[in-house]
Every structure is written in structure tokens, then in C-alpha cells.
Write a protein that binds this ligand. Structure first.
Ligand code: NAD
Ligand code: DAU
Length: 336
């Protein structure tokens, strides 16, 4: 089987490629990534010499490159996207281009080449907000109601993916997953930002009162969910994917991270809230019942593993941390 993975030098894509190559040694895999600020080639240093792995530097919006790669592809696993909500609020353009146009270009070529499966990696953010009660959960039948330019662009891409399934018979599947965390995540995102701040002796910036809910899933569990859908999922279907705890308030997550470091609440700094700040929690009973997937990592075990990884891999994150904090400083200056 030949896989075309897009965005494989980002957080989830790189974890997926490592996992897939180790579990499917007979498959060939091409990684198409145009190396945005979010990519880090070091994330896949250990697989570079694998003869079944090939990296192609290129943009999913580039019709020509996509058309060169698609004829030898059986499965597309589409991760490539602009993924950060705060950046989408600051400048939505690239989100429209990459997440909507890029997805369309891949779909068009996948359809023309009659590939066996187009798997679209999407987010729970397309559903909007559950309110502040974690007993409310998103499911496959929740209507779309995106709040940020990021989630609107992902919602649009989901609709295009489904439309290619219905109109052109492209064999598609979609996963809508909650917040991932784990090794190789860019330090602009909350969990690695907290950890790297604490390593550097800085406080944790908490948006608003820290009452927003997120449904955390360790990245390896997400990658296993995608593998499960690729191997056992039903064509045309969507599967919601989430963590063991449902919604966790940001402030409770912060306290868990602080306790791993043996620090108290004086390391918390409350800062201005994000506009249109949602709450998320996901009901993943469909993928469990129909395909047998469930998370293996608890939030406790996953957080501990993540803190250990960032403590041991400073060279991986140091440069990205500088860039991320420059972005946040610029954002703060714009908002005052
Ligand atoms: P990321 O920002 O860490 O990585 C994105 C990767 O895509 C980078 O390597 C980047 O260089 C590449 N890329 C961006 N634009 C591209 C383009 N035009 N052409 C080729 N490559 C391009 O993202 P992530 O957190 O790994 O998320 C991956 C996917 O999973 C995204 O589609 C995201 O919407 C989805 N998702 C993420 C989460 C999460 O918590 N991180 C949860 C659910 C779904
Ligand atoms: O739900 C899935 C989504 O999760 C993915 O689709 C996105 O690609 C991914 O980035 C993530 O989006 P979030 O906006 O939830 O992630 P982020 O890490 O930016 O923020 C997580 C929560 O933490 C959110 O409630 C905002 C808050 N936060 C974030 C940062 C960076 C803070 O309180 N302080 C911070 O410094």
C-alpha cells in the first residue's frame, strides 16, 4: 500500500508517520509538507533513512506537485493545515488558502486518480461550543457551528471532502478529533507552552479565568484512531475522537502540570481572553462500538510523558519557542 501523507512534519503528522512505518513495514509513504513555521524536519530524523519513506517539500495548493504524487497513491492521509486558532484570529488568509483551497486541490487530484481512500484529519472545533457543561458532548450528528476563522476553514474543508464523496464517488473518511498533546507539538500550543515556560522559569499565561473546557487526547491515541479508521472504517463515514476524561477546565489542567513540576498557583498569570473562546468535549462511542478504538493514555500518564519529553528535548523546541513567544508579544501589542 502507498500512502501520501500531507503535513507530516507537523505535530500529529510526524507522530503518525513514525507509528505507521513501525507498524506497517511493507508500506511506502510519501510525506508532502511545505515546511511552514509549524514544521520541524528534526521531528522525523529517525525515519529519514527508512527506504520506504520519502519527503517531498511542496505545497498542497500546488496542483502540479499534487498531480505528480497522486498517481502512485492508494491512500491519502490529509493532515496539512494552518492549525493555530490565535494565528487565525490575527490573520485568516492562509487558513482559507491552505485549509480550504489546499484540501480542494488534493480532492480534485485524488478523485481524478481514483485512489482507494481519502482520509481527512479534522477537528471537533467545527461543531462550535458545548457551553460550560462537560456533560454536553459533540457527536457525529452535531450540527456545524464554527467560531474562529480556523474552525470555519476546517468546517469548509470537511464539507468539500463530503461533497467529493457524494458527488464524485471518492472513497472518503473523516475523523473529528479533540485537543491533542504529546511529543513534537509546537510550543505555541497550550500544553507545550506551559511546560516550556516553566522550564524557563516563566509563569503560565491563562486566558480569561481558565474556565474553558478542552477534551485532551494523547497524540499516539489519535494516530491509532486514524490507523483504525484507515483499516476498518466505513467509506463515507465520520468518526469523532476524544479523550478519556471529556472536558477538563484549563485551570484544572494547569494545576496538574504545576503539580508535576512541584510548583504552586503563584506560577499562574491570568491574561486577556481569546475572542469567541469555545468549550469542547467529544462523545467517541461510535468509533469504540463500531471499530473497537479507545484511548490508552490517561491525562495523568500522558502529561507525565509529555513533560519528560520536553525536559529531554530542548534542542528540538528552543527555536520554535522563541518564534512562538515573539508571535504572542506581537499579538498582545496589537490588542492594546
Ligand atoms: P501543525 O500545525 O503542527 O502541522 C501542520 C503541518 O502542515 C506543518 O508541518 C506544516 O508545514 C504543514 N503545512 C501547512 N500548510 C501546508 C501546505 N500549504 N502544504 C503542505 N504542508 C503544509 O498541525 P497539527 O497540530 O499536527 O494538526 C494536523 C491536522 O490535525 C490539522 O489538519 C488539524 O486541523 C488537525 N487537528 C489537530 C488537532 C490538535 O490538537 N493539534 C486536533 C484535531 C485535529
Ligand atoms: O480541539 C482541537 C483543536 O485543538 C485543534 O483543531 C487545533 O488545531 C489545536 O490547536 C487545538 O486548538 P485550541 O485552540 O483548543 O488549542 P490551544 O493549545 O491554542 O489552546 C488550548 C486552550 O488553552 C484554549 O482554551 C486556550 C487556552 N490557552 C492557550 C494558550 C496558548 C491559554 O489559556 N493560554 C495560552 O497561552
Amino acid at each position: 500500500m502507498n500512502l501520501l501523507v500531507t503535513g507530516g512534519l507537523g505535530f500529529i503528522g510526524s507522530n503518525f508517520i513514525r507509528l505507521w512505518l513501525s507498524r506497517h513495514p511493507d508500506c511506502r509513504l510519501v510525506n508532502l509538507d511545505n515546511l511552514t513555521y509549524a514544521a520541524n524536519p528534526d521531528s522525523l530524523k529517525d525515519v529519514q533513512s527508512n527506504p520506504n519513506y520519502r519527503f517531498v517539500k511542496g505545497d498542497i495548493c500546488d496542483d502540479k506537485i499534487v498531480q505528480q504524487l497522486m498517481p502512485s497513491t492508494d491512500f491519502v492521509v490529509h493532515f496539512a493545515a494552518e492549525s493555530h486558532v490565535d494565528r487565525s484570529i490575527n490573520d485568516p488568509y492562509l487558513f482559507v488558502k491552505t485549509n480550504v483551497l489546499g484540501t480542494y486541490i488534493l480532492l480534485k487530484s485524488a478523485s481524478k486518480n481514483q485512489i482507494k481512500r481519502f482520509h481527512h484529519v479534522s477537528t471537533d472545533e467545527v461543531f462550535g461550543s458545548i457551553g460550560t457543561e462537560s456533560k454536553n458532548q459533540f457527536s457525529e450528528s452535531t450540527p456545524y457551528d464554527p467560531s474562529s476563522p480556523y474552525s470555519a476553514s476546517k468546517a469548509a474543508s470537511d464539507h468539500f471532502v463530503r461533497s467529493f464523496g457524494k458527488t464524485f464517488g471518492l472513497p472518503i473518511t473523516i475523523t473529528n478529533c479533540s485537543n491533542n498533546y504529546g511529543p513534537y507539538q509546537h510550543p505555541e500550543k497550550f500544553i507545550p507552552r506551559m511546560i516550556t515556560n516553566l522550564i524557563d522559569g516563566h509563569k503560565i499565561p491563562v486566558y480569561g479565568q481558565g474556565l474553558n473546557l478542552r477534551d485532551w487526547l494523547y497524540v499516539e491515541d489519535h494516530c491509532l484512531a486514524i490507523e483504525t479508521v484507515l483499516l476498518k472504517g466505513k467509506v463515507g463515514e465520520t468518526y469523532c475522537v476524544g479523550g478519556l476524561k471529556g472536558g477538563t477546565r484549563n485551570i484544572d489542567l494547569v494545576k496538574q502540570v504545576l503539580s508535576i513540576f512541584g510548583l504552586d498557583d503563584s506560577w499562574i498569570e491570568y491574561v486577556a481572553d481569546r475572542p469567541a473562546h469555545d468549550n469542547y468535549s467529544v462523545d467517541w462511542s461510535k468509533i469504540k462500538t463500531e471499530l473497537g478504538w479507545e484511548p490508552k493514555f490517561t491525562l495523568e500518564s500522558g502529561l507525565k510523558a509529555t513533560v519528560d519529553w520536553y525536559r529531554s528535548n530542548e534542542t528540538w523546541w528552543r527555536l520554535a519557542k522563541k518564534e512562538a513567544e515573539e508571535f504572542y508579544t506581537k499579538l498582545k501589542a496589537l490588542s492594546v
